[in-house]
Structure formats: C-alpha cells, structure tokens
Design a protein around this ligand. Structure first.
Ligand SMILES: [Zn+2]
Length: 336
C-alpha cells in the first residue's frame, strides 16, 4: 500500500523485507482528511534487560525531510550489514538500537514544520523555559496559524508517542544515547545537548563532554560538528529532549540533536531561497547523496560507544574533571 509519503513507504518496505532481523510496532496513528498514517517504532539487536541502547529519531519537523532520510538510509544500511557482517551481528547481541524514523507523518504529507493541528512538536512538551525566550520562536500559545505554536494545552499524539517510546527504552537500558536529526539552522553541522529551556548545565554534562571528546579523538577528520548546549543558540519552551532528560535525570541518558547546516546548501544554490522545502533540504542529487553519507561515521560511533561505555564513560574523579572542563568550555559566562 502506498501512502503518498515516500519516506513512510520506504520504512514500511524495510519492515516487511527484514521481519527476521527487526522488531517493529505501529506506535499509533495520526489522521488527516479521513486517512490514517502510522508512526513506526523499530528495535534491532539485544532483547536483554539493561542493554546499552542507541535511539535514532527523524522527521519531527515535516519540512525537514532530510533528517528522516538520513535516519532511514542508516537503518537500511544496518539491516543490510546484519545479514553478512559477523562482527556486527555479535555487536548487536549486546546492544539495542531503536528507530523512530518519521515522527510527524502529516507534516511530511503537507510539507509543514508543524503537525496536522498546527503544533510544533519541538515546543509541545510539558514545561516552560526558566530563562527568557525569543518571542514566537521560543514557542507560544497565541494561534495555530503562527509558526512555533505549542498547542492550547496537553500533548499532541505525535509527542506522546515519541515521549513514551523513548522513556520505555531509557528505562530498559544501562545507558542510552540518542540522536534526533533536523536541518535548517546555520552554516555548520551542529550537535546540541540539553537544555533548550534553561541556560544552566544539565545533569549529564560531564558524560556528554566525555563522549564528544572521544569522538574528536577517534575521528579528528570528522570534527565538523559544532557541539554545544542548545541554549547557546536559542532558548525555547516545551523541548521534548529537555523534558525527557529531566524525567530520566537519574539514569545515564545523553540526548543529542543533530542540526544539519542547510544554509550552506542555500549559499551554494541561491535558487533554493525561492523554494521553501529547498531551504531545509539539499536539492541537487550529488549534494543529497553527500548528506546521506556525511553522518554515518557519527551514527556508527554512537553504537560502538554505547557498547564500549565501560572504557570511556567518566566516573568519580574523572567525571569531576570533565564536568569542570565542560563548564569552562560552555558555561564560562554563568555566574556560579
Ligand atoms: Zn527541526
């Protein structure tokens, strides 16, 4: 069955083709004009309790199709590799890897940032920012016809599905790393960690510093990511990852947001300025393929790092030192 959403069709095709490798669930449906669209959750690898877990999320904003496409391409490649790569098969007996590759299908259908009710899911989580936010952009309850609308009250179905999917995985894991792929901000690729709604450090600061340090040391030629708390760029109400990290503050949980620097694509192809989708997505085939390749090193790294966390995850005195280093790097301006 075709759905009019190519990314969703691809997900359904992968699920059907790899029944023997993955465990897939329809987490819920969202409706638009008498049609229902499924939101899929996929798990691969270890079924043991307390396994290290990596979660890949895409498609929270309907207009940022490339985020979902990057996640789906990586899922596809993992499924291929699991059929022949002994080393990889063994790794997956110890690690759980989960995907929520398309969180906002109606947004994809309509090519809008928001869901079918005009709600920006990334402003929809419970919890107000405890610092000033930029007017409108930070989230508001004025009208669904303005961008960055938080909704009147309560959770949109897509947010509820995402929050419970991630929470359930974090509760079953010894350590959770997550990557949520977006596009449309800035010239460079950014990796953001919480908070979006607070300029103070979040509980996993030292561990996040340790993880990103490990990445830089292991892949010095892939250090094209600018790593920082999201609040360095703009602050918002209702960020889903802020909410999850507060909810799971006693667990080892590092949520990262990948913001692919699409302004560079626009700079190289200014005609994209006249095409709304083009502002968020590469339009030329060679550039599109390059973006799909560009983040695989990072995504594979996260799986390896989750598996081998005993060798790098800072504890005790080292954690204290990393916390201090992270505060010097990212929170120098804060009054202590
Ligand atoms: Zn986004």
């Amino acid at each position: 069955m075709q759905t009019n959403i190519p990314e969703l069709d691809k997900i359904i095709e992968l699920i059907e083709r790899h029944q023997d490798i993955l465990r897939a669930n329809v987490l819920g449906y969202v409706n638009e004009k008498k049609e229902s669209y499924p939101i899929h959750g996929i798990e691969i690898g270890s079924e043991l309790p307390h396994s290290p877990t990596v979660i890949f999320v895409g498609g929270i904003h309907g207009v940022e199709r490339i985020g979902s496409q990057v996640i789906i391409a990586f899922l596809d490649s993992i499924l291929e590799r699991l059929q022949w790569d002994n080393h990889f098969q063994q790794l997956f007996t110890q690690v759980r890897v989960a995907f929520l590759p398309l969180a906002n299908p109606v947004g994809f259908l309509k090519n809008t940032r928001c869901n079918g009710q005009g709600i920006d899911l990334m402003r929809n989580a419970p919890g107000d920012a405890i610092c000033p936010t930029t007017w409108l952009v930070g989230g508001h309850r004025i009208s669904r016809h303005l961008p960055w609308y938080r909704g009147k009250q309560g959770l949109a179905p897509e947010s509820e599905i995402l929050l419970s999917f991630v929470s359930n995985l974090v509760d079953r894991a010894s350590l959770t790393l997550s990557l949520d792929a977006h596009s449309g901000f800035g010239l460079r690729d950014h990796l953001w960690f919480p908070y979006a709604g607070n300029i103070a450090p979040y509980p996993m600061l030292g561990q996040t510093y340790g993880l990103m340090n490990l990445f830089d040391q292991t892949y010095p030629y892939h250090a094209h990511y600018q790593v920082a708390p999201q609040s360095h760029f703009y602050t918002t109400h209702g960020d889903l990852w802020d909410h999850l990290s507060k909810q799971h503050k006693r667990q080892l949980f590092i949520p990262l947001t990948l913001e692919m620097g699409s302004w560079l694509w626009v700079k190289k192809n200014p005609r994209q300025l006249f095409n709304f989708a083009g502002f968020f997505n590469p339009q030329k085939q060679h550039r599109y393929e390059r973006i799909l390749r560009r983040h695989t090193v990072l995504m594979n790294f996260l799986i390896q790092a989750a598996y081998s966390s005993a060798n790098w995850l800072p504890e005790g005195k080292t954690l204290g030192l990393m916390n201090d280093a992270a505060k010097r790097l990212w929170y120098q301006d804060l009054k202590r």
